[in-house]
Design a protein around this ligand. Structure first.
Ligand code: HEC
Length: 449
């Protein structure tokens, strides 16, 4: 009897232990409640909004993904000749699976894409410019009067969301393998793989009445600040309108001029396409910064027509009539409608590094007399070099390979860590001064040259 009891008791105990072991195992395998990175930083109160909420795509691939045929096809198109075909192929790749066709409110929720995964960069939620929680838009910059169109008397703002294809997502995951300690050297040693495609959708609070080409608008609800200037942290529910789409492609053929191809589209609702996302006209493409074009010719800050600079060899600007009058970048290099007229896509992005010891814009750096740089200063042309990919802008820094979001992610992480610990980190300083924060530096300033 006693033995019987012992046997069954020990059997019961064994099964109890087995159960504890398997249950613990099941617990370990179950998905954790929280993702590694917060999704957003700003969300309207429930009485103002209770609909779909943004989710950060952060399931970064653990191994380098296979090359996709769609990307191979893009890399076959000669962008120096068939530049529009190249841009359209990239646009089709970005739109595939991200556009639902049932209105626009549910478009670009990346978790809905059944064709391929796209990935967001973490740590864009932090601070006053941080991601809002409806579409994941970050606060970008002001739009000064007359920059978008002669009929625009008021100042407005821009908001944007960027995302990377699997090749790009793989590298985001490498930098952020340890969520508590990013690896800031991995971009410089490896760089983004060939075939990385990055997209960014930009929205403005400017109304159609001031910017005629926004007719038939693509409108999203967003939780934005009330205005850009005077600065405020107060957020309100706003309607924002799609105005620009930026693309970046890591293309081996651009090797000698930086390794990346940049392109931008502007929204032109007058095209009245049934698929509104196709109302985007390619403005141009650039695959080098034309360092030899040093004249500071008109950058057309308040556009009445699109001016083209024939001296530029690595920038093609659209000459077709479907392009609304556009301002461009410095020396008429490529820049989008909401971008700063004294820079270019490549100029700003070449500064992506850690620590960010040089500001993204030349106008924010100082000359020997402590004055802000102008095109007359010799240092100005540092921003118009062909910095090779995975190479820092300043020798002493580490490259973030043209990704300003990755550079900003590390900055924001450090700022949050410093706030949480009540301490500060030496790497947040350079030459005894705090390094410039990337968010808050963008803008369309139609400054006098
Ligand atoms: C005034 C500086 C500036 C200019 C000019 C500029 N960008 Fe950017 N861009 C940024 C900053 C800052 C970010 C990162 C923050 C964000 O998401 O806006 C960014 C983000 C992006 C992203 C998302 C990827 C990333 O993490 O860097 C793409 C793609 C992009 N820009 C393309 C372009 C293209 C194409 C042009 C030219 C048409 C352009 N940019 C012009 C500053 C600039």
């Amino acid at each position: 009897m006693k033995t019987e009891f012992h046997r069954s008791a020990s059997r019961a105990l064994t099964s109890l232990f087995l159960c504890i072991a398997t249950c613990a195992q099941a617990g370990a395998n179950a998905a954790p409640l929280l993702p590694r990175f917060p999704d957003f930083g700003q969300l309207p109160p429930p009485d103002a909004y209770h609909s779909r909420i943004f989710k950060l795509s952060q399931d970064y691939p653990g191994a380098k993904p296979e090359d996709e045929q769609a990307v191979q096809n893009i890399l076959q198109i000669d962008y120096t000749k068939d530049w529009k075909k190249y841009m359209e192929a990239v646009r089709a790749y970005i739109y595939e699976g991200n556009i639902k066709g049932d209105g626009v409110a549910n478009d670009f929720y990346l978790e809905d894409n059944n064709v391929r995964r796209w990935y967001h960069v973490p740590w864009q939620h932090y601070g006053l410019y941080g991601r809002e929680g409806i579409h994941g838009l970050t606060k970008e910059g002001p739009v000064f009067p007359h920059v978008l169109s002669p009929s625009q008397p008021n100042q407005w703002q821009t908001y944007a969301v960027g995302f990377y294809n699997p090749q790009g997502g793989y590298m985001i995951g490498r930098v952020w393998k340890d969520a508590e300690n990013p690896t800031t050297t991995v971009m410089q040693s490896e760089g983004f793989p060939i075939g990385t495609v990055v997209a960014k959708l930009l929205f403005t609070t400017a109304p159609v009445a001031e910017v005629p080409y926004l007719t038939n608008p693509i409108e999203w609800l967003a939780y934005t600040t009330e205005q850009f200037n005077p600065p405020t942290s107060k957020r309100v529910m706003s309607t924002v309108r799609f105005i620009q789409m930026d693309i970046m492609v890591r293309d081996p053929r651009a090797k000698d001029t930086g390794g990346w191809v940049f392109g931008t589209f502007v929204y032109n609702g007058a095209l009245a396409n049934p698929n509104v996302w196709l109302n985007t006209v390619p403005v141009g493409i650039m695959w080098g910064n034309d360092p030899f074009v040093t004249s500071y010719s008109d950058s057309n800050p308040t556009p009445t027509k699109t001016i083209i600079n024939p001296d530029l060899k690595h920038t093609i600007i659209n000459t077709s009539t479907d392009l609304p009058p556009m301002h461009l970048g410095w020396g008429l290099r490529l820049n989008g409608p909401v971008d700063n007229t004294l820079s270019s896509c490549q100029s700003c992005h070449a500064t992506a590094q850690f620590p960010q010891i040089t500001p993204i814009l030349a106008t924010m750096a100082s000359n020997a007399d402590g004055k802000n740089l102008t095109p007359k200063d010799p240092e100005w042309m540092r921003w118009f070099r062909n910095v090779p990919c995975a190479t820092p802008f300043d020798e002493q820094a580490t490259s973030m390979d043209y990704s300003l979001q990755l550079a900003a992610s590390v900055q924001n992480f450090l700022a949050a860590k410093a706030a949480a610990t009540g301490g500060l980190y030496n790497v947040q300083y350079w030459n005894g001064a705090p390094v410039k924060q990337i968010y808050g530096q963008r803008g369309t300033q139609a400054e006098k040259q």
